[in-house]
Ligand binder design. Sequence first.
Ligand SMILES: [Zn+2]
Ligand SMILES: [Zn+2]
Length: 128
Amino acid sequence: MQKLTAQRQAILDMINRSDKHWEADDVAYALKEEGVQIGIATVYRGLAALAEQGLIESIQLADKKRYERADKAHHDHLICTDCGNIEEFCEPEIEALQDKVAAERGFKIEGHQLLLFGLCKTCKAGES
Ligand SMILES: [Zn+2]
Ligand SMILES: [Zn+2]
């Protein structure tokens, strides 16, 4: 594997240090807090490159991407469209159904993402 630039290494370290689902802005802000001088465009490019290399996971939301550590166990996401909160879940029945769908069609699954969009418990309570 090619060596990462110092900036990409700093981005990777930041993401690996927490369980958060990061937006590019959050990464840029957190790095600045630590005294790392990095432009937002560099953060965007760095995140895309790290995801491409499989060093981090990317989640495609409606309008932007979030990134998280690549070494977590497989899970899917509940995404609040109001506050942006992301909750993780893994439901064995859903996982098994996906395998069944693929098997019936002679399809080999290499990966999947399941994103459920809606209102989290807190936002739902505030709505009524
Ligand atoms: Zn919410
Ligand atoms: Zn996650």
